[in-house]
Design a protein around this ligand. Sequence first.
Ligand code: SAM
Ligand code: ZN
Length: 297
Amino acid sequence: MSAMDPGGRNDAWPLICPVCERELRSGPGSLVCPSGHSFDVAREGYVNLLPPQHRVRGIEGDSLAMLQARRRFLESGHYRLLLDQLVAEVGSCLAHSDVARSDAARGACVLEVGCGEGYYIGSIAERLKGRGDATPVFVGADISKSAVRLASRRYHHARFLVADVRRRIYLQTGSANVLLDVFAPRDASEFARVVPPSGTAIVVIPSEAHLASLRTALGLLDIQEDKEAHVRERLRDGFRLADRKELRYPMELSADSAMDVMRMGPSSRHRTEDSAALGGDSIATEAAFVILRLERT
Ligand SMILES: C[S@@+](CC[C@H](N)C(=O)[O-])C[C@H]1O[C@@H](n2cnc3c(N)ncnc32)[C@H](O)[C@@H]1O
Ligand SMILES: [Zn+2]
């Protein structure tokens, strides 16, 4: 049976030490490697494994204001259909995973990279816990400490850590049976390192139609042309496309929600607030996601 902390989180997360890359084990209030490197577990339950010397200047991740806007927007349910789809995808990967047979002692691990304030991995953990023989460990990683702190406070069935996922995810090689990436940075070689053979990466990207009318109304940044082709090309090393789904549906956004879209995204760095562009009205727009399921080769 998996170890649980008093908050109900699975304690058996398969981490490595950022200094020597040996296995980290849970001690009282800290994580320790066999070489004696030790990392405090914060009161909220997260761990910051990104040492200052691994931080790249200028790469900070999302600010608290962006994260708060994202949380307001997500909690108003606009991407609920995407979440439902991801719960189904992850559930199906776990049901078909042979981890229970091959490594019963460790159990399965579901990782979200660039998890932000925790909506997807935290909700997936809540909805999938207790299914099957052993509850997998659900882990969210983000470079923003504010993100990890917010996520950890809200979602008690997942574990969160600070990491630069383009550099090192600080998970053991081959330990992430399912890796989830929703609108977040990708690194093919690090993804291929942590996902074992027969494991899965689920990558969600916006299609060109995503929020198109809203982006025009607010002058937000466009979705990069050929983004999907670009992402697929970059992940070809180590992964094969097993499934591709499009999820599209209309949305009516209040002026406040529309402004939160601006505040939570990269456009917030380039624009000052301009709600006048919406005239206080709601706006009809569309969500359009592409969900790629990639199998580790
Ligand atoms: C567009 S947000 C998506 C957040 C979340 N997946 C969601 O959809 O709600 C991108 C996230 O990636 C994080 N991020 C950016 N660069 C990163 C890096 N190198 N390593 C880890 N996280 C990173 C940001 O802090 C931010 O939370
Ligand atoms: Zn160490």
